[in-house]
Design a protein around this ligand. Structure first.
Ligand code: ZN
Length: 458
């Protein structure tokens, strides 16, 4: 019996591709309605095939606050000696006084373009900016969320929208501060935000909506118990144990460390992503691995903010899972995040190739983990397999950095040795969005970004 091949909308061909069971040569991928419909290996390029070079599966960015892209590079001056976050916070407050829906959409669109150009094909947007500059809910509570959705639609990036519940300024239900007025909602308002998020994303290709209780500082135990039910099967993300000060405050409030408290009081399971989890004990780390939750590591932002170093190599040795995120978006790139992650382990443990294992090189092991953890954390499994979204990133095999490289050495060279901007093309849900290293809408989006920044910061 022969099965009739499924008709495809387009075909892509690559000299080399990373498939779920390893590297393959001369790979032809057929796409139908945004999904991979068939994969052939060892076949010649045919007339009309798109593609070329090295194909990698697109990876999800597990943690972003898109609007913070506008502040990148402006917060590197020193404030009062005892306040590491002084310049960051001062600028953030200025932004919060002036940034309206239009500006936020323009900034998010540029951030999403840079994610696609940097090798990410989906973003889990931890979206907490809900209210107007006076701290009043917009007539449509999800006005700003609708701008995030519009930016995703314009740029083509896959969106996992995580509306954030934020109610307090510190452990034990402390009243919110003036600087937090744009983030605050009550549980009824939040339920409305999540429902609107689901309606707004209905027109996007394969969007996911989850929920994000902001942190143990910003929600009470009662609120933390109520929020996950609103996820309706979607992912649940929370910031936890990012800084030592947070650990001290949590200990003073509850007698437990933040990750310890969360594991004891919330039903943490594979739906959950613990963002940062920087300061964990061995017992906490092992329990996170046992629960099969994802740790959302943001190595560049964590380095930029001086948070500390998460014991990622130990987590992996325990069978734990991680994804990577660009968080503050101070610099955006998958290879750059993975490089920083490995180097942070090397610097703290004075060893080499710490994320590698017996079968896989460092780059391959990092990439595989980020692909799997990113899929779990964002609610959409990645990988170049039939049935999955055709989210494909190609590297330019003609670049000097890839000369004479085969197999895992391609990933090692991309992550550790190639210049920034080595992604050649990107297809998202089967549609090409990046060509010759540039997003097809970059010029228009960048022009709007410049206007938005002049309005907010000028
Ligand atoms: Zn964050």
């Amino acid at each position: 019996m022969t099965t009739k091949p499924q008709p495809v909308d387009r075909t892509l061909w690559f000299e080399t591709a990373l498939l779920p069971d390893g590297w393959a040569r001369d790979v032809r991928i057929g796409v139908a309605q945004g999904r991979i419909a068939r994969i052939e290996t060892g076949v010649a390029r045919a007339a009309g095939d798109e593609g070329g070079g090295v194909a990698l599966p697109g990876v999800a960015n597990v943690h972003s606050h898109a609007f913070q892209r506008a502040m990148a590079g402006l917060t590197e001056a020193r404030g009062p000696a005892d306040d590491d976050f002084w310049t960051w916070r001062a600028l953030m407050y200025r932004f919060l006084d002036r940034g309206g829906p239009e500006e936020i959409e323009a900034i998010a669109a540029l951030a999403f373009i840079e994610m696609l150009e940097g090798g990410f094909t989906r973003v889990a947007e931890f979206h907490y900016l809900h209210n107007d500059p006076a701290g009043v809910a917009y007539a449509d509570r999800a006005e700003i969320a609708s701008r995030i959705v519009a930016a995703a639609a314009e740029t083509g990036i896959g969106l996992t929208l995580l509306p954030v519940f934020y109610a307090h300024s510190g452990f034990g239900g402390q009243a919110p501060a003036h600087g937090q007025r744009r983030f605050i909602s009550d549980l009824d308002g939040f339920a409305e935000l999540v429902a609107r998020g689901k309606a707004l994303t209905g027109g996007l290709t394969d969007a996911v909506v989850g929920v994000a209780p902001h942190s143990l500082r910003a929600v009470t135990p009662e609120q933390l118990a109520a929020v996950p039910a609103l996820a309706g099967g979607g992912p649940i993300h929370i910031h936890v144990a990012e800084q030592t000060r947070e650990v001290e405050h949590c200990l003073a409030w509850s007698g437990a460390r933040p990750v310890e408290w969360l594991l004891a009081n919330a039903p943490v399971d594979p739906r959950w992503s613990l963002i940062h989890a920087t300061h964990v004990t061995e017992a906490e780390r092992r329990e996170v691995a046992r629960r099969e939750a994802v740790v959302g590591l943001c190595p560049i932002t964590e380095a930029n903010l001086g948070d500390g170093i998460f014991p990622a190599a130990h987590l992996v040795a325990d069978g734990g899972r991680f994804g990577v995120g660009t968080d503050s978006n101070v610099q955006i790139g998958l290879a750059e995040e993975l490089r920083m992650l490995e180097y942070s382990q090397r610097l703290s443990r004075r060893g080499r190739a710490l994320m590698a294992d017996a079968q896989r090189s460092t780059g391959r092991a990092l990439f595989d983990s980020a692909l799997r953890g990113g899929g779990q954390a964002s609610g959409v499994e990645g990988g170049l397999s039939v049935g999955r979204s055709a989210d494909i990133v190609s590297l330019d095999a003609g670049r000097a950095a890839f000369a004479d490289r085969v197999g895992d050495a391609i990933l090692d060279s991309w992550i550790f040795a190639a210049p920034t901007g080595s992604v050649a093309s990107v297809w998202r849900a089967g549609r090409q969005v990046v060509k010759d290293g540039r997003h097809l809408a970059r010029d228009a989006v960048e022009a709007r970004y410049r206007q938005a920044l002049a309005a907010v910061l000028g």
